[in-house]
Design a binder for this molecule. Structure first.
Ligand code: NAD
Ligand code: 13P
Length: 349
């Protein structure tokens, strides 16, 4: 019988899309069991449990409507039950919920299991900034890789060609993770830089908030390109400031880096709601409730986490765009103040 079993923790827009890919791929991999359990944060949709809807109609009608899931995807409401026999654990939930989820599965994972994080977000602790793979590793004590890229889920569900980046420190494991995710329309490149991939995925969401402000102000493509350029350089500067010794500069040129900043600043949810923030004056939390039907934003939370890090170290002057975006989100500064002090010299970075 197959030695390996993959499971998925999270069934939002991206989690459901990843499930389509993985469930199709495992049927072609002899070393993997065909059943893919997916943890669903249980809720009632039109009077029925979401897990029952998924298992009966093979569609996540709330988070990925219009796209069928393969029949070997099995929705389960208990996360500990999902991980208990898995050798490969895919973690794909909004970053604000990670610690609670890890606490519920702690002690239920196999000692030989390994995980991959598809989450785009960071954590803050007394020691400074922690990435999702570090948080997962700290609780579960298993090897953890990362996957991030220019990957708007709805476009991938429509099987439109794109690329992604896996960060994995073990070349043999990288081959296995790649075999679970790679398809003709979802091209995986592996790099030996787990946290570089994650920093890119998390920090670009802050830039996307800035891009949305520009759209809300009605200021055209050149202005947005300037925000993308400066944002990209602040992303790289911050990641190198925190973990320079562990990160490869070339990672920023992978799909997880430059390509993801671009796609999110044009097509993402963080961008869209930041535009509405400027146009309506409503808070991000209120807009998230009103416009996203249960989907979650990462960008404005990450702006807060980034700010707490750079502020506590007194390096705000080195990150004027991140600082301005934070102040617009949380301190009532006018959206036009996004341009304050942006003439920074990045030439020595
Ligand atoms: P989503 O925003 O579409 O959906 C939110 C999910 O959170 C739902 O599954 C919901 O049931 C769940 N949830 C709500 N309350 C919860 C709680 N208290 N505890 C646990 N779960 C709860 O989710 P998504 O798009 O799959 O995002 C997951 C991660 O993937 C995020 O970090 C996101 O940045 C990243 N990502 C998303 C996309 C995309 O295009 N959607 C692409 C790449 C990466
Ligand atoms: P949003 O969360 O802003 O939609 O970004 C999705 C994404 O990460 C695309 O790569």
């Amino acid at each position: 019988s197959p030695r390996n079993k993959v499971c998925i923790l999270g069934s939002g827009n991206w989690g459901s899309t990843a499930a389509r890919i993985i469930a199709e791929n495992v049927t072609k991999l002899p070393s993997f069991d065909n059943t893919v359990k997916i943890w669903v944060y249980e809720e009632i949709v039109d009077g029925k449990k979401l897990t029952e809807i998924i298992n009966t109609h093979h569609e996540n009608v709330k988070y990925l409507p219009g796209h069928k899931l393969p029949h070997n995807v099995v929705a389960v409401p208990d996360a500990a039950e999902v991980v208990k026999d898995a050798t490969h654990i895919v973690v794909v939930i909004p970053h604000q919920f990670i610690q609670h989820l890890l606490d519920t599965i702690h002690g239920s994972t196999r000692p030989d299991a390994r995980a991959i994080s598809l989450i785009k977000g960071i954590g803050i602790s007394n020691q400074g900034m922690t990435t999702m793979t570090q948080i997962i590793h700290r609780t579960l004590a298993i090897p953890v890789s990362s996957l991030s890229g220019a990957n708007i889920a709805n476009e991938i569900a429509e099987e439109k060609y794109c690329e992604t980046t896996i960060g994995c420190s073990d070349p043999d494991e990288a081959i296995v993770w790649r075999s679970l995710f790679n398809t003709p329309y979802f091209q995986v490149n592996c790099v030996n830089d787990v946290i570089g991939v994650e920093f890119c995925g998390a920090l670009k969401n802050v830039v996307a908030v800035g891009a949305g402000f520009i759209d809300g102000l009605g200021l055209g493509n050149n202005t947005k390109a300037a925000i993308i350029r400066i944002g990209f350089l602040e992303m790289r500067r911050l990641a190198m400031h925190i973990s320079g010794a562990q990160i490869q500069e070339s990672t920023f040129m992978e799909s997880c880096g430059i390509a993801d900043v671009i796609t999110t600043c044009y097509g993402g949810r963080n961008r869209r709601l930041a535009e509405e923030f400027v146009k309506t004056g409503k808070s991000m939390t209120q807009l998230e409730k009103e416009l996203l039907n249960g989907q979650k934003l990462q960008g404005y939370l990450t702006a807060g986490e980034v700010h707490s890090y750079i502020d506590s170290r007194g390096v705000n002057d080195h990150f004027p765009l991140f600082t301005n975006i934070y102040q617009i989100c949380y301190e009532g500064k006018p959206p036009h103040s996004i341009f304050d002090g942006l003439n920074v010299d990045f030439s020595n970075d």
